[in-house]
Write a protein that binds this ligand. Structure first.
Ligand code: HEM
Length: 246
């Protein structure tokens, strides 16, 4: 009979560094489901749950397991990932409009077009790095477009996408952390200006919807609006990049 394992290692030990590591991660999930379905380590001081039913219970019982207390005053404060219903639903409805069948159909033409442009750009050089030439810029460009960031600002947005994605900065973490406050400030200024511009001159984009959004009859604060933009970039960039190259 299999003995329960008394000392397990946490997720930090199993963070995949390359696609070859993935089988190890899945094996670890399996082991945790069997032996330690509810787990806590000092190393990563959060409670982790592994079984489907437990995860579902934690996600849905927001009165007992609130999202609100987490992340302190980081850029995630008061965003989708740190609010409970009913505020969460209001914020979620804002994002949902970017993913209606109509919006996705319209966007899919742009995805094709942008992919073609990226391929054309490397064709002349005769070689391609799939990560930096396609997987990185494609999601960033699409998210920029969804938000309504003007095309001429792509270079600025691209820098933030790198910063938000994290891994690009590996090996120069200190430099990245040193530049974080400046970049945050730059993003604040940029998005505040854009939100203001869209309030005066509405377009069919997410920034326009955000600039007019209300929760309980109150406008979101300027900081909440900026955080929302950064959340979308951070949530959609690294995930999609990894999916494209996996
Ligand atoms: C392969 C690509 C992606 C993966 C694997 C992924 C994965 C996830 C996961 C696991 C969650 C947490 C869900 C939860 O706690 O209920 C999440 C939430 C979220 N994702 Fe993604 N995601 C991807 C792409 C994107 C993209 C492209 C965007 C937007 C541009 C995005 C925006 C968000 C947002 C806003 C949330 C918070 C939703 C909420 O709290 O209601 N994600 N994603």
């Amino acid at each position: 009979m299999q003995q329960p394992q008394r000392r397990s290692r946490g997720f930090a030990d199993f963070l995949p560094r390359s696609p070859e590591d993935l089988p190890q991660v899945y094996a670890w999930f399996e082991q945790m489901r069997s032996n330690q379905p509810v787990f806590h380590t000092e190393q990563m001081p959060i409670w982790q749950v592994f079984r489907y039913e437990d995860v579902q219970a934690v996600i849905t019982a927001y009165h007992r397991f609130s999202s609100q207390a987490t992340f302190g005053d980081s850029f995630l404060a008061n965003t989708l990932v740190t609010t409970d219903p009913p505020d969460h639903r209001t914020l979620r409805n804002l994002v949902n409009q970017a993913f209606t069948p109509r919006a996705v159909t319209r966007l899919s033409h742009r995805v094709t077009q942008i992919t073609q442009e990226l391929l054309d750009a490397v064709k002349a050089t005769g070689h391609m790095d799939v990560v930096s030439d396609i997987a990185f810029p494609l999601p960033a460009k699409i998210i920029a477009e969804m938000l309504g960031v003007p095309a001429q600002d792509w270079d600025i947005f691209q820098r933030w996408a790198r910063f938000g994605g994290g891994r690009e900065n590996e090996g120069s973490r200190e430099r990245a952390e040193g530049s974080a406050p400046d970049m945050r400030q730059e993003m604040n200024h940029y998005f505040l200006r854009l939100l203001e511009a869209r309030r005066k001159d509405p377009r069919d984009d997410l920034i326009t919807s955000l600039s007019n959004a209300e929760i309980d009859g109150e406008r979101l604060s300027q900081q909440e609006l900026v955080n929302f933009c950064f959340l979308l970039l951070a949530a959609g960039q690294e995930t999609t990049k990894n999916l494209l190259v996996a």
